[in-house]
Design a protein around this ligand. Structure first.
Ligand SMILES: Nc1nc2c(ncn2[C@@H]2O[C@H](COP(=O)(O)OP(=O)(O)OP(=O)(O)O)[C@@H](O)[C@H]2O)c(=O)[nH]1
Ligand SMILES: [Mg+2]
Ligand SMILES: [Zn+2]
Length: 330
């Protein structure tokens, strides 16, 4: 579980008094929080106090009928979010790790994988990749090896990759997944249809029912996940999230971006010009590394794309501030 949630919540004996609760569901601007007595509260907030994410510990001021005002947001150990030039969207806060679920059908987007890797690195949240639907790769040994090799190159071999088939081999999948999530709060991320909710239902039987319950409370209600929801298992927590199709990273500065792309930063030290942009300059060690096949071309292309996105948005004004506290980790 996330670090702040390990702190005992100070719950007043009378739940009508202000006390702490953990945000367990978010849908647009609607939030639900659960206190230590397992009471669910529908949250209301004004201004900055409305900018909460699932996993946040909030101080709530009950106003009656299981409704409460957000009085305060406790400091976060980390915050994962995405942002384009105009707005930010928080995924979740106070995470121990992210599990990114990929599959061949529907096909995963390598660019979204790269963006997720960058966001996790920047937020200091460890990442695991679950490559699901391995049953669809049966008899395709060459393709499978190529996929695994490609994933390792995208992630600089620093990210554990677990090849699973959650529906075809649920028992084996459980055996792999249980030790990974035990004692932790894990955000399950990925594009739509990859198997995030299937994974959560495997590890937390009954999570599907809970999902329906919250869908009704928040006025949603489709099979595809439409809101972010924290599910409590036996000694671990999993956060289900809606499939994403975009993952803007406008909240990084150019220096932060380069620090995350350490393979490019290292090689850039050897470029002839100190301010080399690694585009067409003579004596560019980064371009050279691309030609010797030493540097992964799609990573380089993503770095240039992200940098161009930052440069295109900066003249319009200051970058949008992080939703609340800057992401930091104990
Ligand atoms: N062949 C195969 N299908 C799977 C596997 N795991 C999940 N699926 C199927 O993939 C489909 C999508 O699964 P979900 O768990 O709803 O996917 P999701 O990532 O939660 O999707 P969103 O909620 O839309 O973001 C379902 O029909 C699952 O039965 C697997 O291991 N193999
Ligand atoms: Mg889902
Ligand atoms: Zn260069």
């Amino acid at each position: 579980m996330g670090k702040p949630s390990r702190k005992p919540l100070k719950v007043a004996s009378n739940t009508a008094e202000p006390h702490l609760a953990v945000v367990v569901a978010s849908h647009g601007r609607h939030f639900l929080a659960k206190d230590e007595q397992n009471t669910l509260w529908q949250l209301y907030g004004k201004g900055k106090r409305r900018e909460v994410a699932v996993g946040d510990v909030v101080s709530i001021d009950p106003s009656g009928d299981c409704q409460a005002w957000i009085a305060d947001i406790q400091p976060r150990s980390n915050l994962l979010y995405r942002s384009d030039a105009l707005k930010s969207k928080m995924f979740a806060a106070n995470l121990d790790q992210v599990m990114l679920v990929l599959a061949v059908s529907p096909p995963y987007s390598p660019e979204l994988l790269g963006r997720t890797w960058v966001a996790c690195r920047h937020a200091g949240v460890p990442l695991h990749i679950v490559f699901n639907k391995a049953d669809l790769l049966q008899g395709e040994d060459e393709l499978r090896e190529q996929l695994m090799d490609d994933l390792a190159r995208w992630t600089l071999s620093d990210t554990p990759i677990h090849l699973l088939s959650i529906t075809a081999q649920p028992h084996d999948s459980k055996t792999v997944l249980h030790p990974l999530v035990h004692g932790k709060r894990t955000l399950v991320l990925g594009q739509s249809g990859m198997g995030k909710s299937t994974l959560i239902n495997l590890l937390i039987p009954g999570a599907a029912a809970a999902t329906n319950e919250v869908s009704l409370a928040l006025n949603a209600g489709k099979h595809t996940t439409t809101h972010t929801r924290l599910h409590a298992g036996d000694g671990f927590e999993l956060i289900d999230s809606p499939g994403f199709q975009a993952f803007g990273l406008h909240h990084l500065s150019e220096a932060e971006l380069l620090a995350v792309f350490e393979d490019i930063q290292d090689r850039g030290m050897r470029c002839r010009f100190a301010n080399c942009q690694h585009l067409k300059e003579p004596g560019c060690a980064v371009k050279e590394a691309l030609e010797t096949d030493d540097l992964h071309e799609p990573r380089y292309a993503l770095y240039q794309l992200l940098k161009a996105e930052l440069q295109a948005s900066s003249p319009k004004g200051p970058r949008p501030a992080p939703p609340t506290a800057t992401a930091w980790r104990i």
